[in-house]
Write a protein that binds this ligand. Structure first.
Ligand code: SF4
Ligand code: SF4
Length: 341
């Protein structure tokens, strides 16, 4: 399962080059005439300029139509309160960020109520899959490669595992991580509670305590704490949960009905779910294409400084890739990369 790569070389016409990439990788071979084809992407959080540029998505939509498919753009709502938390705000965000080249159908409905519960493998036993994804005939998974504060890295596996699941599925994955408050550092200021969407943690006798089962393990309180008293623990579990959820999502497709394109450009320190994704930490690499989420993510990680990603997140960015392979998602953890010159 070789991965194809077009380097991000702006002396070349990158729209033409990505079309050569799709041809060589067979990106649209998964489409049959009349297929309803989900173009799974992330439309960007308002205020964050780092997401896949619409001109490339425009071209992917055109190619899906040429292959006989009926393309629609899709993503699932966020679990946290932001500009993509319900279908109305999500659709407005998509339009404001330039994604008007095909219908944008929010994958899990108005308020994340549309999903199928499926059995999966790995650390999760079952996972909620967004209904529109589960019903699609084929899928082109368009990912933006970046760092991630909880999983070290976000690419195709994360786009499947987190991006194709509704709020309930996202929370199920996040809750595999622990949240610890160091009471010796806590001064009881309540800034964590003020920012928390669930109005947690409780402040008891001047110290924050988080024992509520409602905690979603979003990172909002961590960023708000002036004493750096809050931290996630057992982050490895989330890497495994991403792989486990990705397996469940792919189980809703027939074999060979998904294909992957990943843009390793504007590689930021943090995830593009955030309105403030931090600095760009690496040089642009290029655009990858593959028929495997394992191979395409491994290929990206082979071309960059993983230590930088690991140091920023304190978690092994390769873990989700190895776990995905271990539980049976096809692909190579050391794929051959064919560069298109
Ligand atoms: S992680 Fe922090 S901000 Fe998020 S729900 Fe839990 S207590 Fe609230
Ligand atoms: S923000 Fe930090 S210091 Fe303030 S109450 Fe919460 S944990 Fe304690």
């Amino acid at each position: 399962m070789a991965v194809r790569l077009v380097p991000w070389d702006t002396s070349r016409n990158l729209l033409q080059e990505t079309n050569r990439l799709y041809d060589e990788a067979g990106t649209f071979d998964c489409i049959q005439k009349g297929d309803l084809v989900a173009v799974k992407l992330h439309v960007g959080e308002l205020g964050n300029p780092y997401y896949v540029q619409p001109c490339f998505v425009h071209d992917i939509v055109r190619r899906v139509k040429e292959a006989g498919g009926k393309p629609f753009l899709t993503d699932s709502n966020t679990a946290y309160q932001a500009q993509r938390n319900n279908a109305y705000d999500h659709m407005i965000t998509a339009l404001m960020n330039g994604f008007n080249m095909a219908p944008f159908i929010v994958a899990d409905g108005l308020k994340s109520e549309n999903f199928h519960l499926v059995k999966t493998k790995g650390i999760l036993k079952e996972i909620e899959v967004s209904g529109v994804i589960a019903q699609a005939d084929a899928m082109i998974v368009v990912s933006h490669c970046k760092g991630h504060e909880l999983s070290g890295f976000g690419g195709a596996i994360k786009n499947l595992g987190m991006g194709c699941t509704p709020s309930a599925g996202k929370i199920r994955q996040h809750r595999t991580v622990g949240l610890e408050i160091d009471t010796s550092k806590c001064v009881g200021c309540g800034k964590c509670k003020d920012i928390c969407p669930m109005h947690l943690p409780d402040i008891i006798e001047g110290k924050a305590r988080n024992t509520s089962p409602l905690c979603m393990r979003c990172p909002m309180c961590i960023g708000a704490c002036p004493m750096e008293a809050i931290r996630f623990v057992d982050k490895e579990n989330l890497c495994k949960a991403l792989a486990s959820a990705a397996y469940g999502v792919l189980s809703t497709f027939k074999p060979k009905k998904a294909s992957y394109v990943s843009f390793a450009k504007d590689i930021t320190q943090y995830c593009d779910c955030l309105p403030n994704p931090g600095e760009i930490i690496m040089k642009d690499v290029g655009v990858f294409a593959s028929n495997s989420p394992v191979s395409i993510d491994a290929a990206f990680l082979q071309t960059v400084d993983c230590k930088m990603l690991n140091d920023a997140s304190h978690v092994d960015c390769m873990l989700q890739v190895k776990e995905a392979k271990a539980i049976g998602i096809e692909g190579e953890v050391k794929p051959k990369i064919n560069t298109i010159n």
